[in-house]
Design a protein around this ligand. Structure first.
Ligand SMILES: Nc1ncnc2c1ncn2[C@@H]1O[C@H](COP(=O)(O)OP(=O)(O)OP(=O)(O)O)[C@@H](O)[C@H]1O
Length: 298
């Protein structure tokens, strides 16, 4: 998919299992929204093929629409309509909607039910949009950045609802640039960057499947020139050293006593004072950093 000369989605190939939560994870501008909009039928693919529940999202739109739910990034409700009225209206368009009162309760929208959409906070608008996407009991829901701008409690509420929907047999495809969201929720993660797929797997496969761990070294002053290469040479080929920023490095590989001893000795030899040396399982953030050399910062 291109916008003028800009390639937004570049030969992306991925599939989604039924009854699962799939996260399309990537930084801003990676092509997540374009991918979702193509699956939702809002954009025609300029090349390639999209099938949703076995149907063509554009040619079979009428057949598909009652079976899918879409949560748009910018809401999708009329600005003057009260939150609960909007949800009741959307529910009335479906043959077998979920109970509106239950959804309002589940998503903590009770207190703002009579508030016009435009006066809701960003997080409340997000939760209403999610409710609108799922109230029709879709088989498949596309949710674009479901918890962007939400406070921690609203995020947990939203995650819990998405997990309940999956347990009820709803297939969920979500985009996110929050690693913790993907790790917490997703059965399958597709990591994309610059419109390309750079890794796929369960969070477990992506973070722990290799058996490797991660050591993060943060130092009190910027590293001397050439530090990553020199530490890499000291550690040998079984580990991979990646600069994170001028005072932080990530080391992937066997996190054993010998690696830690080598890192400490290297710090001593180079007059570098560690501020922290943390050992842990790889996170999706580490995976992204390892694959791209960049942090998945938002
Ligand atoms: N309508 C448009 N016209 C021109 N360029 C666009 C348009 N929509 C998206 N782009 C560009 O295409 C690329 C992919 O955008 P897209 O919105 O799909 O990414 P994203 O991963 O969803 O990003 P975000 O997390 O910021 O929503 C970006 O470089 C973006 O600037």
């Amino acid at each position: 998919m291109r916008y003028g000369d800009k390639v937004a989605v570049d030969g992306l190939s991925l599939s989604v299992e039924r009854d699962s939560i799939t996260a399309v994870l990537g930084p801003n501008g990676a092509g997540k929204t374009t991918t979702l909009e193509t699956c939702e039928g809002y954009r025609a693919p300029q090349q390639g093929t999209v099938r949703v529940l076995g149907l063509d999202p554009r040619a079979d739109r009428r057949a598909l629409l009652p079976r899918i739910g879409v949560m748009l990034q910018d809401g999708g409700a009329w600005s003057g309509v009260r939150a609960v009225e909007m949800l009741r209206h959307v529910a009335s368009l479906h043959a077998h909607p979920l109970d509106v009162g239950m959804l309002v309760e589940r998503l903590g929208l009770g207190e703002c039910g009579r508030t016009p959409y435009r006066r809701l906070s960003g997080g409340q608008q997000q939760r209403l949009s999610l409710a609108m996407a799922v109230v029709g009991r879709p088989e498949l829901v596309f949710v674009d950045e479901p918890t962007a701008g939400m406070d921690p409690q609203a995020r947990r509420t939203t995650w819990a609802l998405l997990e309940e929907l999956r347990a009820d047999g709803v297939t969920i495809v979500l985009t996110t640039h929050y690693m913790d969201e993907a790790e917490q929720l997703a059965d399958q993660v597709h990591v994309i960057d610059h419109g390309r797929l750079i890794a796929s797997g369960s969070p477990f496969q992506l973070t722990r499947g290799t058996g490797n761990s991660t050591i993060r070294l943060v130092v009190t002053e910027p590293f001397p020139p050439g530090a990553p290469d020199s530490l890499q040479a000291a550690l040998g080929p079984d580990t991979e050293v990646r600069p994170v920023n001028e005072q932080s490095l990530m080391i992937s590989g066997p996190a054993d006593a010998s690696t830690l001893a080598t890192v400490s000795a290297w710090c001593q030899q180079h007059g570098v004072l560690p501020e922290s040396l943390t050992l842990g399982q790889r996170t999706l953030e580490d995976v992204f950093l390892q694959l791209t050399g960049r942090e998945l910062a938002t």
